[in-house]
Ligand binder design. Sequence first.
Ligand SMILES: NC(=O)c1ccc[n+]([C@@H]2O[C@H](COP(=O)([O-])OP(=O)(O)OC[C@H]3O[C@@H](n4cnc5c(N)ncnc54)[C@H](OP(=O)(O)O)[C@@H]3O)[C@@H](O)[C@H]2O)c1
Length: 285
Amino acid sequence: MGNILVTGANGQLGSEIRVATSDKDNYIFTDVEELDITNLEKVRNFVVQNRVGAIVNCAAYTNVDKAEEDAITADLINHQAVRNLAVVCKEFGATLIHISTDYVFDGTKNTPYVEEDVTSPQGVYGKSKLEGERAILNSGCEYLIVRTSWLYSSFGTNFAKTMRRLTAEKDTLNVVFDQVGTPTYAADLANILVSIIEKNQYKGNAGIYHFSNEGVCSWYDFAIEIRNLSGNACDIKPCHSNEFPSKVKRPNYSVLDKTKIKKTFGVEISHWKEALERSLYLYGK
Ligand SMILES: NC(=O)c1ccc[n+]([C@@H]2O[C@H](COP(=O)([O-])OP(=O)(O)OC[C@H]3O[C@@H](n4cnc5c(N)ncnc54)[C@H](OP(=O)(O)O)[C@@H]3O)[C@@H](O)[C@H]2O)c1
């Protein structure tokens, strides 16, 4: 199968893949210092020199708000660099396993998004991620694109960690209840990606797939559960998203339908509450 290159490996998902593959020696982890994926020649040389058979691209520009003022960098990392990876995979017969986002949708549906639903990103981040997807499709390389949502982990900065801290520090907190989706524990996504790779299931199953944990909640529900599981006493009040003015229009509804990934790869997915409890246990309750 060749070696597996994980790019953006110091981020939330990359770090969880490192944990999930700690007993394996054919995974190579790089972040921007070791391999800047915006540099096509460096990507090409790295893939050749390290006999890379598949790339798991966890590298991304993920700051949704900042992207509105830095569209050039967002496009460079989320689109042009992804094209670099796809071009090199095509050249050397490697597979690109790429992570995308629920932000490719506008959030106006009220039933879970399937892979074939019309994309209509509302901001710079979502647009740059969609262009990245298109670059892969246009390259002709073997690929899997896995769209996920509301990612959290014990690594990096995320809503779960922030709420855990704030509900310990504050007496009251307002959290939006008019945006609905499903959290994704990055360790669960990492384990499923590794399982797909280890079983060679990425061969012959090219396509776009949706993955999050099971169930549905608002950010308010998510915060309540984080507070309860953390044993904190903060009074959390539901509020509307327009109380937090933002340059980016976030999808009101971004639940992803996981039927395709479950059927194709035979995977089981935990409910978001169960995954959250596992993750908080690992953080050290
Ligand atoms: N976070 C979410 O809620 C969420 C939701 C849906 C989908 N996703 C997608 O899931 C994937 C993983 O997200 P994540 O939260 O794990 O991301 P993350 O924690 O922000 O990690 C991304 C990593 O990529 C690195 N990177 C940036 N530019 C690079 C470059 N030119 N070359 C190599 N590495 C570079 C970043 O380094 P620096 O930190 O130094 O920039 C960082 O270590 C992304 O594709 C993201 O779009 C995330």
